[in-house]
Design a protein around this ligand. Structure first.
Ligand code: ATP
Ligand code: MG
Length: 255
């Protein structure tokens, strides 16, 4: 099939976005290997979240191309992303504080309409909804969160909210999962558990692109790491390659 690269689930070309006079993302191109965890790092303000926002459809690019499984998604709205197998979490936790943990997961289902959710919460389940509840519960079990099922999401700890974000993104069975600093505020013991689970998901075919400030996490998880500074990609390789790059050291020192 033309345009489909079997090795790369995501191909980004000359992607650009400015805010006023700020070139947040200044024409970057990269590829993400299928079934791997790829890291995106760089100093504050480098443009990482803007890249993820464009991949997720939340931020419209000024120009450039985003192909997922060979399909052009640049300029397509965010709500279509789940259909194309793209899931995401946000840098700021985005839970619904007045819904329970289980309800938050059900809201993460694609094509979930408010009135159907309400009807389901009143006990009128369809088979599809029953399957979703079962899936939500299995995610809760996997993350040791079963006891929290009926708690309000707003009452969870910072780390548990991050976990909820990841679980919610997984509800739509993404092929490509975009994570923006998923470990912020997560207790060290939980970080290890999340890492282990992300690795397991990749063994089962998921591809992950992760923005993370904690370089230990990136080193343990990522085969390939991309480094951004001032809107541009300045280095790419294994963590070891990158650590020996003068440009990267300068970018982190100078910003
Ligand atoms: N919605 C916006 N409006 C105006 N400027 C923005 C907006 N989003 C991002 N920017 C600017 O674009 C640049 C890149 O921001 P971005 O959030 O992508 O960086 P980042 O690498 O994710 O940084 P951090 O590590 O702090 O999360 C910054 O200068 C930022 O101020
Ligand atoms: Mg960011």
């Amino acid at each position: 099939m033309p345009g489909v690269d079997t090795g790369h689930i995501l191909v980004v070309e000359a992607l650009r976005r400015s805010f006023g006079g700020v070139h947040a993302v200044d024409g970057i191109s990269f590829e993400v290997q299928r079934g791997r965890i790829t890291g995106l790092i760089g100093p504050n303000g480098a443009g990482k979240s803007t890249v993820l926002g464009m991949l997720a459809g939340a931020v419209q690019p000024d120009s450039g191309s985003i192909r997922v499984e060979g399909k052009e998604l640049a300029g397509r709205p965010a709500y279509e992303r789940a259909r194309h197998g793209v899931g995401r979490t946000f840098q700021m936790a985005g839970e619904f504080p007045r819904l329970t943990v289980l309800e938050n997961l059900l809201v993460g289902m694609p094509n979930q309409r408010g009135e159907r959710l309400l009807s389901a919460l009143l006990g009128n389940w369809t088979r599809q909804e029953e399957a979703a509840v079962e899936k939500a519960r299995s995610l809760l079990r996997r993350f040791d969160m079963t006891a929290k099922e009926d708690d309000y999401a707003g009452e969870l700890s910072g780390g548990q909210k991050r976990l909820l974000e990841i679980m919610r993104a997984l509800m739509s069975d993404p092929h490509l999962l975009l994570l923006d600093e998923p470990m912020v505020g997560v207790a060290p013991t939980l970080v290890g558990a999340i890492e282990e689970y992300l690795r397991e998901l990749c063994d089962h075919g998921l591809t992950i692109l992760i923005v993370e400030h904690e370089l230990g996490v990136v080193e343990r998880l990522c085969d390939t790491v991309m480094v951004m500074a001032r809107g541009a990609l300045i280095s790419q390789g294994t963590m070891r390659d990158i650590q020996s790059s003068r440009e990267v050291a300068d970018a982190y020192l100078i910003g």
